[in-house]
Write a protein that binds this ligand. Structure first.
Ligand code: UT7
Length: 331
């Protein structure tokens, strides 16, 4: 049986750091409120004019190709998870491919809210498992700052910009993506969406005046769904693969709110040292959170380690993936 293994990972965040201190000069908030209610200290923001999500995506992919000694012409496909594409079309994946010299493959974007990276990983896994494709790249790339209303204290403290990219390759060893469960429920659209800019309500003077191009979120509803759905789907995937807190090396949850992460970890019985958390330094980077975690822990991971990833996001979308890490730390 052919499985899809992550054989390399790279990330990129922009230089500019937006601190709680700076935010508290922009809206009525405080470091204390943000740290206790969300657990974020700072986030990275693209400040330069004319740079979109591809700016951070290209850097992650360039670094990934270099690190894994992969030539651009070897890449068969690129899937870019994003809710902040450079343009409505063409796909940001195609823009990233062009800038990285990837011309022998196909690419497209995938929008599954904050679950985009997990959905893309599972989609890429199917291409690899089919036996037809040998090297694929899955990217999460976001410029969340382009859709954040920096006059709305309910949302502006949460999000950050960043990207992560993984290389997927086939293996016949018992490693790589072993199992997954993806779910969605469109009822969630009411609680988390962007009101204008799509085909229902194209951009107009009125939509701009009404500030309808920003993230609209009913935080408490999303919070409750996120805790219960991430816990349930992770429990299901663990159960059917005979995984327990003891034989799982790490739980890697989407980084939306430290209180959500803590609640999910507690519900599943994971001790804090087995839960990857770095929300404090990046905020919620939507499609990039899982890669930012995996990359930060890369040197602690060993070949064969059982990892469980889980996400929840706009749609609503959610899911869990069980993967066995494919390599030991490289020198
Ligand atoms: O990744 C996509 C999925 N998204 C999520 O998972 C987000 C899920 N939701 C959340 O993380 C939380 O609901 C939020 C962080 C968005 C909000 O936290 P909360 O504890 O649910 O606060 P709340 O919305 O219930 O607001 C409580 C109070 C309100 O004041 P009043 O009405 O009680 O006077 C808010 O106006 O906190 C106020 N508030 C703030 N105060 C200071 C909201 N934002 C702020 C702020 N600073 N930044």
């Amino acid at each position: 049986m052919i499985r899809a293994a992550i054989t390399g990972i790279e990330v990129y965040v922009p230089d500019y750091i937006l601190t709680n201190e700076e935010l508290s000069r922009m809206v009525d908030t405080s470091d204390e409120w943000i740290m206790t209610r969300i657990g974020i200290k700072e986030r990275h923001i693209i400040r330069e004019e004319g740079k979109g999500s591809s700016f951070v995506g290209v850097r992650a992919v360039e670094q990934l190709l270099k690190k894994t000694n992969t030539k651009p012409e070897e890449i068969d496909f690129v899937i870019c998870a994003t809710v902040t594409p450079d343009y409505q079309f063409p796909a940001t994946a195609n823009i990233i491919m062009d800038k990285c010299g990837i011309r022998n493959g196909f690419g497209y974007d995938l929008n599954a809210g904050c679950s985009g990276f997990l959905y893309s990983l599972v989609t890429g896994t199917q291409f690899i498992e089919s036996g037809r494709y040998k090297k694929g790249i899955v990217i999460g790339a976001e410029k969340m700052s382009s859709i954040v209303d920096y006059t709305d204290r309910n949302t502006c403290c949460i999000f950050g910009d960043g990207s992560g990219a993984v290389l997927l390759e086939p293996t016949t060893e018992d490693i790589g993506v072993i199992d997954s469960q993806l779910l969605s429920d469109g009822v969630g659209a009411a609680h988390l969406h962007q009101k204008a800019g799509g085909s229902v309500k194209p951009a107009s003077h009125e939509t701009i005046d009404n500030r309808e191009h920003f993230i609209y979120q009913e935080g408490q509803a999303v919070f409750k769904w996120a805790v219960s759905k991430m816990s349930d789907v992770t429990e299901e995937v663990m159960k059917r693969n005979n995984l327990t807190v003891d034989n799982v090396a790490y739980l890697i949850p989407h980084q939306a709110n430290l209180r959500i992460i803590d609640a999910v970890g507690k519900c599943l019985g994971f001790p804090p040292e087995k839960v990857m958390v770095n929300i404090e330094r990046y905020g919620n980077t939507t499609s990039a959170t899982l890669a930012l975690c995996l990359h930060e822990w890369e040197n602690k991971l060993r070949k064969g380690d059982n990892l469980v990833l889980t996400t929840f996001g706009a749609g609503f979308t959610w899911g869990a993936v069980y993967l066995k890490w494919a390599y030991d730390p490289k020198e």
